[in-house]
Design a protein around this ligand. Sequence first.
Ligand SMILES: Cc1cc2nc3c(=O)[nH]c(=O)nc-3n(C[C@H](O)[C@H](O)[C@H](O)COP(=O)(O)OP(=O)(O)OC[C@H]3O[C@@H](n4cnc5c(N)ncnc54)[C@H](O)[C@@H]3O)c2cc1C
Length: 592
Amino acid sequence: MKQDVSKRFHVLIPDDRWFEENIGCEKACPVNTRAPQYISEVREENYNLAFELNRGDNLFPAILGRICVHPCEEKCRRGLLIDLPISICSLKRASADFKTHTPQEETAIKKRGKKVAVIGAGPSGLSAANDLARLGYSVVIYETFSIPGGMLNVGIPPYRLPREVVRQAIEEVKRLGVQIITRTPIGKELNLESLRKKYEAVYIAAGAHKAEKLGIPGEDLQGVIHGVTFMQMVNLKRDLKFDSRVAVVGGGNTAMDAARSSFRLGAKEVFILYRRSREEMPVDSRELEQVEEEGIQVHYLTQPIRVLSRDGIRVSGVQCIRNRLGEPEKDGRRRPIPMEGTEFEIDIDLLIPAVSQSPDISFLPDEIGLEISKWDRLSVNPETFETNVQGIFAGGDFVTGPRDVIRVIADGRKAALSIHSYLSGEEFEKKPSHFTTVSEVKIDPDLEKIPRQKMNTTPIQERKSVDKEVELGFSKEVAVREAARCLQCHIFTIFDRTKCILCGGCVDICPKSCFRMARLNEIEGDESLSKLVESLYGVSCEEAERLNLATVIFKDESRCIQCGLCVKKCPTGTITMEQYHRESTPYGGDQG
Ligand SMILES: Cc1cc2nc3c(=O)[nH]c(=O)nc-3n(C[C@H](O)[C@H](O)[C@H](O)COP(=O)(O)OP(=O)(O)OC[C@H]3O[C@@H](n4cnc5c(N)ncnc54)[C@H](O)[C@@H]3O)c2cc1C
């Protein structure tokens, strides 16, 4: 279709999808955590309510408030429009730090008389178990390690995630009646086939614990310990100490944790070897700052090519080569290209390759006929988490390889619903989206001037223990100040067309120039605009344009800071401020 150059403005008539996309943080969260709502509660110092909102959506607020990869912050309107995003993650922690009571789960859950087995007590298995138990199923989790929690206990170190916080979260799941049987790997005495006979459904959430190798000569020498194995030792052998020179290879969470744990356990010197540049590093910039503060040297654009040994038995060094960056790869990061002639050696006695992990599918029996992808992963339907074998579901890192806690919690919650509909034939009834009127939007007049608040950390000289938590959380005062920065994107200005007299007051008063007034022939829209015009004027959109029938006021929502000045200025009460509540699901959205 020929583009009409006079149409300067492209408009959309808002629908549910539009409202959801405009609450960027909530939309970006894999479980759609109601971030603007809990942030408003923190601002009002209603920590119990803020915690309950979080617990309803993402299950483990005290854990996620410390270690979540917070995809929400990337989509925060404040970060896109004004300065830095709201510390959504740290405000989640504030809700957990300052709550004065833990909400009690429903005691009278109607039992359905059906049993579900879960393999793996990591965050994905725990979240599925939690929801299935709340839906009335009897759930038993089988776990290889002596403690439940998966990577929350055997991967992430306690200086980032105190063990008491993990213990309490698991206790809450157990309080629902979920049984966790530890030291019981499925695949040995007990296998998947016997679980199928004993239980009506099985959810496999066995994680990704097999270290990926670097594939360079010397990797089998003594003194080469792969990242996940090293972190297991740090977390399970509590008396570990060493004074080695350590090189860690990688740029993700496991690499940073291995390097920072080495520093705490007495290493003389710690290097991180990363093959790309700082910009490409997947790890959070706040963590990288802490790495640097702790004196860990990061060699960017550096790749190991051979592990060296003086005696042919133990590691004595690593040979590396410098890289330059080439074209972007599929994931958008630029490809590292080794530069011949730049080889150099570093003396070390411990090498920790921490480049990636993969799931160990060896315990899945061939006889069942589970479909395995060409990447050696168990194939599942990405919507329902069902495998090709009836009654067997799988999710978390086990089906994708390493991801992060919030995404595997989302898998567990969706898989639980899917298992529920498989076992009961019922679909979970969702509540439709709706609005509630907000009588007054509370807004700090200096909102735009408040900088992102900093969190206090343990001084470096006191960090020589893996148990000493580094990030100390916000004080109440700082939490309230940070929460006051939020633009409250869940509140929208809603216009009653029948009351508008087109005075333009809203256009004039808006400090962010959100509103525009235009003739119909200046705007372009889709069929919903045509339908609206036809229903109002009884003629086609083209005819209404030709007859110059309409003047339109429209709004650029992405600039709105919810100041409410337009509402106050409007002489006819056309504009109200209303809170949008998305269609509800048990793993997010409005449940109230
Ligand atoms: C060092 C490290 C740091 C990390 N840091 C972060 C971070 O800061 N933020 C973040 O969001 N994510 C982080 N992650 C990633 C995150 O921990 C994982 O994505 C998440 O734990 C995966 O959850 P899961 O339940 O799928 O698997 P896991 O947590 O791996 O749990 C799987 C469980 O299954 C058990 N299991 C395996 N096989 C069997 C079997 N055959 N029978 C019985 N039980 C079995 C395992 O013992 C384990 O307990 C980190 C990971 C590591 C390794």
